[in-house]
Write a protein that binds this ligand. Structure first.
Ligand code: FAD
Length: 472
């Protein structure tokens, strides 16, 4: 549905002609969605340059009842940033708002625009001998506004928490165009409801995040990385608890890699090889880090491996002797989703269960899907230190991709029933977007769902902020 000409001109005037995109070819990258699952249309794409411009856009849209889709780097994996098909929505893309407003190493905080690319925040923090620990494979293109809106996880959650744990203050443009300035850099603030947490993980359904005050941490001075081959799947949790106990909680990453995933990387990703001379079914990429110089981290790490060998939990390992070697081990882990794409269709489950149940979940779910969907190939990997498994299932070799993908919901049901039976979550880190609205409705406690809908109605009564995402 095309926008009324008066409104279109009004919106164009707010951002300037160059930052208002109506041409279908120029709009295409904003309509494309990472997994190719959604193909929407938009009335207009707007690229505001300031919070004030965002507020004026939202006011104009509120007055004309025009729905808005906030968009960051557009790397989300559940269709949250994709518009619907009826071309009624305006996409507000935050990419031009990419300034670091201030950095305060003394207070360990950084104040940023929402459109800052995550890798840029990490880099600037490092220049001040600090780290911003949020880290994920899309960090070169995802934006902090998108990270906050999805409460992104990534590889360092075990040590530093999710994005929610890394934010002190927020600036948000509300659905009626008012700006809420909650940019406080306080570690403690118990003055009523913690409003910032409403907008974190809301996937743009309650307002547009325009700025944030984030926590920084001292830069690690020592890091130790190894790829460990495990005796069996049960050894995963044994190694994790052993590592946490011995290291004084210096475990910064603990990632599961299955043999089938390693082989897919070796087949499709240039420069990856099997780092060990014999084959094993399961591997863990483990990293210790500390900001204490001369902490003896390396010897603690070696002690862990030694005792894990003695106990038979770890059967082989390669320890990185340089940053380059550590990077090449990480490359295997980070290339898994890309390698899987080359193997045809993949039905995905971004789930979590209590850490102690990870081995049972992987074993039971693999058995169930292979029994129900002949020839499918489970490739479970991910942040198992947080109980988060990317239970991705590659298609049978030679099967037509569309025929396989048509079984998405049926397979989701088998896996998600099992996850919920273990008191787990059907979306550990990617969110709900459009992909899991019905799935969440199926599993969520009705009281919880009712509270979510009431919150949405209270904050966005006209349902203009990313309608049809998260709650219906
Ligand atoms: C290779 C790859 C690896 C990934 N690894 C991980 C991982 O390890 N952990 C993880 O959690 N995710 C991961 N993701 C998913 C994705 O990168 C994250 O969800 C990321 O946080 C999305 O940021 P974005 O800027 O791209 O947001 P977008 O995709 O643009 O948007 C995501 C959602 O946030 C909303 N939104 C965006 N910006 C704003 C804003 N300023 N205000 C309000 N709402 C907004 C959108 O409307 C949408 O609902 C991965 C993705 C890829 C492609």
């Amino acid at each position: 549905m095309p926008l009324d000409h008066i409104l279109q001109n009004q919106l164009r005037d707010i951002v300037g002609a160059k930052a208002a995109i109506a041409d279908p070819a120029e709009m295409a990258p904003y309509l494309h969605e990472e997994r190719g699952l959604y193909h929407g249309k938009a009335a207009l794409v707007l690229r505001p340059g300031s919070t004030e411009e965002v507020a004026r856009i939202v006011s104009a849209c509120a007055a004309s009842k025009t729905p808005i889709v906030p968009q960051g780097g557009n790397t989300g994996l559940c269709g949250g940033a994709a518009p619907h098909k009826d071309a009624s929505e305006v996409i507000v893309s935050l990419g031009r708002m990419n300034k670091v407003r201030a950095i305060d190493p003394m207070n360990f905080t950084i104040t940023v625009d929402a459109g800052c690319v995550l890798a840029d925040i990490q880099r600037i923090a490092l220049e001040h001998d600090c780290i911003f620990p949020l880290s994920l494979a899309a960090e070169g293109s995802c934006q902090i506004g998108g990270n906050l809106a999805t409460n992104a996880g990534g590889i360092n959650v075990l040590r530093y928490g999710n994005t929610r744990d890394l934010v002190l203050g927020l600036e948000v443009v509300l659905a009626d165009g008012r700006m809420w300035n909650g940019m406080r850099a306080l570690g403690k603030d118990n003055t009523g409801y913690a409003l910032r947490h409403l907008f974190v993980g809301a996937e743009g359904t309650l307002g547009i995040i325009t700025g944030a005050v984030l926590k920084l941490f001292p830069r690690p001075k020592e890091t130790a990385t190894a790829l460990c081959a495990l005796r069996d799947l049960d050894s995963v949790t044994q190694l994790l608890s052993h590592a946490r106990a011995i290291s004084g909680d210096c475990v910064s990453a603990f990632e599961l890699i299955p043999r089938i995933g390693l082989e897919m990387c070796n087949r499709h990703i240039a420069g990856t090889t099997d780092p060990l001379s014999t084959k094993h079914d399961w591997y863990v990429l483990i990293e210790f880090s500390t900001s204490r110089p001369d902490s003896g981290l390396r010897s603690t790490f070696e002690k862990l491996l030694e005792t894990a060998f003695e106990a038979g939990i770890v059967t082989d390992a390669v320890v990185a002797e340089s940053m380059e070697q550590a990077k090449s081990l990480w490359r295997i882990r980070e290339s898994l989703p890309e390698a899987q794409k080359h193997e045809g269709g993949s039905i995905k489950h971004d789930v979590s269960v209590p850490v102690s149940l990870v081995p049972k979940f992987i074993a039971d779910a693999s058995k169930a899907v292979t029994a129900n969907f002949a020839g499918c190939r489970p490739v479970p990997f991910g942040h198992v230190g947080d109980g988060n498994v990317h239970f991705n299932v590659s298609q049978p070799i030679g099967m037509d991709k569309a025929t396989y993908i048509a079984q998405w919901e049926a397979m989701n049901r088998v896996v998600h029933d099992m996850v919920v039976g273990m008191n787990g979550s059907i979306s550990a880190e990617h969110g709900i977007g459009m992909l899991k609205v019905d799935e969440m409705k199926h599993y969520k406690d009705p009281v919880e769902l009712d509270l979510m809908r009431k919150l949405k109605r209270a904050i966005d009564p006209a349902n203009l902020m990313n309608p049809g995402k998260v709650v219906d």
